[in-house]
Design a protein around this ligand. Structure first.
Ligand code: PA5
Length: 435
């Protein structure tokens, strides 16, 4: 089964004619031409930021043997603490939370740290780890990011305090640049297990590198399937200039057409709460790639139907500067509504209907309401929530994000704006070299 892509409520194959029904044909033509230029620049590696195109070929460049070896050595710990922020955090959490059972304690348990500067979280984490058999994965491409560096300093000391220096080679994995940075030095100094973040892969495009694959394989995620899904999407979209068969092209066109129509907020939603962190990953990908030179679509997200009871009002009747993207998952666990003798809650009319059927009716009903209310819609439908289709989605979004950013003539792979807060922070903290 393949992922499917729809415009507004037309659950039929996307064509140029369908685009022409909702946007001016001249604009559709311009959006097509611009997106094709971007695809070609990407494929010929002549686009802005072309020194960071390593992510394109990650599906073919995996050392599963090495990941399996690490995974067998680390999967018996009670807790794995994954330390990192931004691209060294969000993708791992996105996949982990999408697939885990929120009510089941797993072994090893994966805990995230170093993605903020909260003291309470740190103190409580140290307390929690006191009687646990734990290990650390520290992930930072630059090796200099303050948040994970501070958390790692505490957790490294805690690990030595609990298990002794002799254990650190068995309990720490370093994932960082091959040559540069403090973490690489540390890995060499202590002879730690380590994996390389390729030089030509930027943080937010690194989920299919050791950044994501090492921690995820330790906690039992089928990383080979994740990569298979990414590969299938890559084969479908790379070098493909046909709207009908290249969903990344049609999604990039949809985004550009809305942007040209002064719709500058993209609201991505899904009807499955498991995808909450996947949407956080998506926000970083698009926000950090596209929002520069005073351009870019603002990425926002929500979980429906939950947020229909909060943001739904705004989406339906607020300022008409918003368009919507929906991730629809066709199948869910089967559970049916049963009938009650007295029908005191009035729900007997739903007897024998599955909860997933009702959830997907909510999707259809909302989509009609939003489209009629002036909020365009692009639906991405995957058959199941599993590793394969998550891999499909990751590659689809990464590729569309690169096209979309190039469509706005911005570099999809740098993030100069992130430096502004860091420089101020270092100055205020009187870091040597910043006073
Ligand atoms: O996308 C990016 O490059 C950033 O979000 C980085 O991933 C983030 O700043 C963390 O950087 P590092 O891995 O160097 O600690």
């Amino acid at each position: 089964m393949e992922s499917k892509f729809f415009l507004n409520h037309q659950e039929t194959k996307l064509t140029r004619e369908i685009f022409n029904q909702y946007y001016s044909p001249q604009l559709v033509d311009q959006a097509y031409k611009k997106s094709i230029e971007s695809i070609q620049a990407l494929n010929q590696k002549i686009c802005k930021g072309n020194q960071f195109l390593g992510w394109i070929d990650l599906p073919e460049k995996q050392n599963f043997e090495s990941y399996k070896k690490i995974s067998s050595e680390f999967s018996n710990f009670d807790v794995i603490v994954s330390i990192g922020i931004g691209g060294s955090y969000l993708g791992i959490r996105a996949i982990y939370e999408s697939l885990k059972n929120p009510f089941k304690k797993t072994k090893p348990e994966l805990i995230f740290a170093g993605h903020h500067l909260s003291s309470k979280y740190l103190v409580e984490l140290l307390e929690y780890l006191k009687d646990k058999n734990f290990a650390l994965i520290v992930i930072s491409k630059s090796g200099t990011t303050t948040e994970p560096a501070i958390y790692f300093r505490f957790l490294f000391k805690e690990l030595i305090y609990h298990f002794g220096e002799k254990e650190i080679q068995k309990r720490i994995i370093v994932i960082t640049d091959e040559e540069k940075g403090i973490l690489r030095k540390l890995a060499r100094h202590y002879n730690l297990i380590s994996e390389v973040i390729p030089d030509d892969v930027g943080g937010r495009y690194s989920i299919l590198s050791p950044v994501g694959l090492v921690p995820l394989s330790i906690v039992g995620i089928q990383i080979e399937d994740l990569i298979k899904g990414a590969k299938q999407m890559k084969n479908k979209i790379q070098h493909n200039t046909t709207i009908e068969t290249n969903p990344a092209l049609s999604y990039a066109m949809y985004r550009l057409l809305n942007y040209w129509n002064s719709k500058e907020i993209e609201f991505i939603a899904t009807y499955r709460p498991e995808l909450f962190y996947f949407l956080e990953w998506w926000k970083q990908l698009f926000g950090e790639s596209e929002g520069k030179n005073f351009k870019g679509i603002f990425p926002a997200s929500g979980i429906f139907t939950t947020d229909l009871h909060s943001l739904g009002q705004w989406i339906q009747e607020g300022k008409r500067n918003i368009f919507e993207t929906i991730i629809d998952i066709e199948n869910d666990v089967e559970i049916k509504i049963f009938s009650n003798v007295d029908d005191s809650d009035g729900l007997n009319y739903l007897e024998n209907k599955s909860l997933n059927y009702i959830n997907r009716i909510a999707l259809q009903a909302t989509r009609i309401a939003h489209v009629e209310g002036g909020v365009p819609n692009f639906t991405i439908q995957i058959p199941e929530l599993n590793e394969f289709y998550l891999g499909n989605l990751i590659y689809f979004f990464e590729y569309s994000c690169a096209i979309s950013s190039l469509n706005l003539d911005v570099n999809p792979f740098d993030q100069p704006g992130v430096e502004a807060y860091k420089t101020n922070m270092f100055r205020l903290l009187k870091k040597p070299g910043f006073i």
